[in-house]
Design a protein around this ligand. Sequence first.
Ligand code: ATP
Ligand code: MG
Length: 416
Amino acid sequence: MRQSLLFTKTKKTAPKDEVANNARLLLQAGFINKEMAGVYSYLPLGLRVIERIKQIVREEMDAVGGQELIMTSLQKKELWEVTDRWSDENVDVWFKSELKNGTEVGFGWSHEEPITQMMKEYIHSYKDLPAFVYQFQTKLRNELRAKSGIMRGREFVMKDMYSYTIDPVQHQAFYDETIAAYNRVFERVGLGDDTFVTFASGGAFTEFSHEFQTITDAGEDVIYINREKNIAINEEVMNEKTLTELGVTADELEKVKTAEVGNIFNFGTKKCEELGLFFTDAEGNQVPVHLGSYGIGITRLMGVAVEHFSDEKGMVWPKSIAPYDVHLVSLCSDEADAAKADALYKELKAAGIEVLYDDRDARAGQKFADADLIGIPQRVVISGRTLKNEEVELKARTAEEATMVSLSALISALTE
Ligand code: ATP
Ligand code: MG
């Protein structure tokens, strides 16, 4: 992408009305646009990050047998009444509206009810099970507070997966596989070392649900961790009973601030019983299906990555989710050199490298400041000076010093 053609521009300063660092940086760099509190549009650079995160999640969900679909945002009131989750007393984040004829509808904040209802069309016998379905969907939640930037939106992208299984054993096997798949996701986005599978409250069937919590000061949660024993406990279930059950003592645990990037739980057979999803087993009995629910906050994860990796100059994207692989910055003033920069841009693209090419007519200082703000992992500077020796200057976003690389060796230097 030629930066001269990119319609978004960086701003000199971060917006004053925004408190969260993630939103301040993303707005300043032109990754997102603020529509209102807690409601952000994703612009070309931001969308590329989302798509890269989604692709990692998609690969891992496919690997455990997930099948992708997409459900609607408009939801039927009656379905949620069956499970007693329509009232604002029981679910405090509903956005609701009505059709012209007065029929009430809800905007999807989660999808267990409609997906389970839909599955009644397809699940009849034990031969139809297990089934694992997932989607990337824009959820709408009327959150009370929206001060964490894209980490808590009123409209945000979630990956939600649902497992339909025949019994607790089949359920547990998939649940465990999904924990491993989630760990791979967080590993791949660069947050593996600071993301913990955390015992938390909830789950209709089990005592605990599992949250995936990433350490960040911008988080809204508090958990207690022990890295050696690989144990993490949400403060909401931090009590003697939990400690005894998990075989740890309070003084072995460290208190940290975190953000919940994922949450998985077991509904047992409760929801399928309520909604009438049964299957016929091998003996001809009618048996309720087991349901599991598995979320990852895609846009929250993007915000956490900004918070986690940024420095005083701007964002620092991990390779796997950066909007581009390379920021090619041209400081060429004469035409012959500019033509060489253009040729290099084309050559890098042809090699399968995704490049943001700063071909703008701007000062070097501004270009470097923008490159640091945008945070692409590798910066390549080409100028009349570097071209004297048929070279360019290569610098990782986090490195202090740049190194000179000959034009002919650049692609191997970037891809090694
Ligand atoms: P929280 O406790 O942070 O309010 P939750 O427990 O309500 O979240 P879930 O319903 O389990 O969240 O949703 C699955 C995932 O979606 C969460 O783990 C989180 O990563 C993400 N998520 C939830 N609410 C929001 C939001 N308002 N904005 C962005 N991401 C969200
Ligand atoms: Mg939660």
